[in-house]
Ligand binder design. Structure first.
Ligand code: SF4
Length: 63
């Protein structure tokens, strides 16, 4: 199964992924996005968030 991973060093906390796929990503108190439910949204919707991240901080990990 593929799950999304956020590189916290790259994330600038713009919030785009949390708006597009709010079941999967959440902004933490430190302003960085984190994955709360790896399969919270459909894979193609998560892919949209990956494509929309301005700093390419989200990648897929095979698990
Ligand atoms: S879209 Fe990218 S930069 Fe913006 S909050 Fe999500 S992971 Fe961070």
């Amino acid at each position: 199964m593929k799950t999304p991973v956020v590189d916290k060093d790259k994330c600038i906390g713009c919030g785009t992924c949390t708006v597009l796929v709010g079941k999967t990503f959440k902004l933490r108190a430190d302003g960085k996005a984190e994955v709360i439910v790896p399969a919270g949204d459909e894979e193609k919707t998560i892919q949209e968030a990956i494509d929309s991240c301005p700093v390419q901080a989200i990648t897929w990990k095979e698990s």
